[in-house]
Design a protein around this ligand. Sequence first.
Ligand code: NAD
Length: 536
Amino acid sequence: MTIDLRNVPVLVVGAGIMGAGIVQVAALAGHRVMLFDARDGAAAQARDKLAATLGMLAEKGKLSLDAAHAAIGRIEALTALVDARDAGLVVEAIVEQLDAKRGLMRELEGIVAMDAVLATNTSSISVTAIGNGLQHPARLVGMHFFNPVPLMKLVEVVSGLQTAPAVAEAIAELARHWGKVAVHAKSTPGFIVNRIARPYYAETLALLHEQAATPQVLDACLRAAGFRMGPCELMDLIGHDTNFAVTNSVYEANFFDKRYVPSLVQREMVAGGLLGRKSGRGFYRYEGAAAEPLPVAVHEAPATARQVTVHGRAAVADALEQSTTAALAPQGWGPARERDSDWVGLAIDGARLVLTDGRTAQQLAADLGTPDVAVFDRPVAQLMQPAQPMHGAQLAQSAQGAQLAQSAQGALPGTALAYALAPGASDAWRAQAPAWLAALGYAPMPVADAPGLVVARTVAMLVNEAADAVLQGVCDPAAADAAMKLGLNYPAGPFEWLARWSVPGVISVVQALDREYRGERYRVSPWLRRQHPSQA
Ligand code: NAD
């Protein structure tokens, strides 16, 4: 059975920020749209505001005046729900409460035709639960838009236990017709985006909890990895109360699985009213004070080495060989290459600058038999583009002696990259390790010696969470990738990261986290193990 919703009259219930956005998109796609809100006058008010918005878009040339007028003419504000009898599709965007949504859907069953589709825009409530008690639960489906609806491309089409596949497919088709990208999801806590994104906040909060780095450093490192906003500034924007509530709801809905445990750091901020931008202060201050600058060290040029060898085979090793070759070129020599090592990085005389595989610098120092070890984070963003060769001139420029410079976050002298030193490292290596990273084009950010540092840890946990979502049939890998890129503007999807990294690489970081912290939080997804039988 195929259901075609492309020409049906649409009823939107709830004239808030989401409802209004959905009305705009549906009316512009040619539907007659009815809008109802329980608050007197709210629907008419929203319609007037939409008329102004569409008029403005026409003035700016984003759509023709005719199209704007026609769309406005198709929007009708209702004063009674019973007037929506001929709706072929209802999209509900009312308050996020199960009883309210369930009650509304039951009431609608008494109003609209038997074959009308009922869609809910819930962001966290089980679609199966909303459908419980309906005469025809097969026609209820989640149609989860993202805010702002007219701009965000993603729609999660969420099927509850009783949703008919034909209904989910019809909503996906309609979403595409509305210019959106539809991804199918099973009704599970957080659906796709709000579930897979949890580690982006959780790992940063965990690092803050153990004082491993400052919010500024964490934000700088993750932005350098291609994320549009760092987790701290993003939580400040979302609002800590909202972000904490979503984390709590995913945690509770998963029977208090430790993987989703909320953070004491964030609870304290919520308790204190440090909610982020909206309260004037979160991790950062938004009122009265100038933006806090990120302290950036200016490093001297590395001392002349007798021998430099690039170790390992991975793409990072190749990029490292390129940049090391460029960095050493002014001195008239280049690095050697040792592909068969079981680690990636640089051997600089007796010292080691090692790409994180989850082992801490302390552990690596023991394993490699030298105290002079620094571990550095995964340079994720560079692996998405062709490596940028370093210019020798940068070496000369930085030869001013070590001094602390103040710099705005956006004006770093290179790509922010976290590193940590082994506790027994010599004073000379403590200065030389960041100097080498700077010479290779990075803005080295010292952080505590925690497994997977910042980016590798975060990306590994995002991939691991996505892998579990796929294991549990919440979505397929392509849907997870599309959802994270379109719903949250991630620079890549989790399975795209995995393809550029490796299954054993991700597993090794998650396992290192598990060894360090013990407990259930850092469990390797069985889906990942099954991709790589040697890891089973
Ligand atoms: P909102 O508070 O801006 O709007 C909700 C509207 O629903 C209000 O105008 C309210 O008067 C009306 N309402 C409440 N109960 C009603 C009822 N029983 N019948 C009719 N109208 C009723 O909320 P919002 O941010 O637009 O969110 C609406 C829904 O969309 C929620 O389920 C929310 O979880 C979901 N959602 C929100 C976002 C977001 O970023 N805001 C994103 C995705 C999904």
